[in-house]
Design a protein around this ligand. Structure first.
Ligand SMILES: [Cu+2]
Length: 179
């Protein structure tokens, strides 16, 4: 069954696609040969005057998007305090080696993520199936990311970087968070 959030995302996506189609057709329409032949060419002078405003529009839009989303970046919640538990997560075609497999809610957990073969990504999902973390798993590197679980339950790790023909089966189904 679809949740109301799922419906919202689906409707938003459809609106987004419809807007994209409308804009694409408008661009195609504005460049068709018939208009030019009738002498309705592009008013270059007017276009040049409007050009700086496009710059302002784009920079403004990017600034708004940045302002709305930057606060969710992990830098603001990370700290350098010593962590209670280190969890080693190694991606390997097609599964995850996780050690230890269980932590306690409230502990400061540090995930050290790497890969033994190709690029993978560790997508961590809470018991409701929502993604709460995504860390690249890159051969030869270890990326550390800390997290404090507040909710006990069974968490899932799914690969979020296409890594081969069984990528979709690359799931670690039972990372336990105990009370
Ligand atoms: Cu994968």
């Amino acid at each position: 069954m679809m949740t109301s959030l799922g419906t919202g995302i689906a409707v938003g996506y459809l609106i987004f696609v419809a807007l994209g189609l409308i804009i694409s057709f408008a661009v195609l329409w504005s460049t068709r040969a018939g208009r030019r032949d009738k002498g309705q060419g592009v008013d270059v002078e007017r276009a040049e005057k409007a050009e700086p405003w496009w710059g302002v529009f784009v920079v403004g839009l990017l600034a708004i998007l940045l302002g709305l989303t930057i606060w969710r970046a992990p830098w603001f919640t990370e700290n350098d305090d010593p962590k209670d538990v280190q969890v080693q997560v190694t991606g390997i075609q097609f599964g995850f080696l996780v050690q230890p497999t269980q932590v306690k809610a409230g502990e400061d957990v540090e995930f050290n993520v790497t890969s033994k073969d190709v690029n993978h990504a560790m997508g961590l999902y809470n018991p409701q199936g929502q993604m709460i973390m995504n860390v690249e798993a890159i051969p030869g590197y270890t990326i550390s990311r800390s997290y404090r679980f507040t909710e006990p339950g069974t968490y899932e790790i799914r690969c979020l970087e296409f890594c081969g023909y069984k990528h979709h089966e690359m799931i670690y189904p039972a990372f336990q968070v105990t009370a």
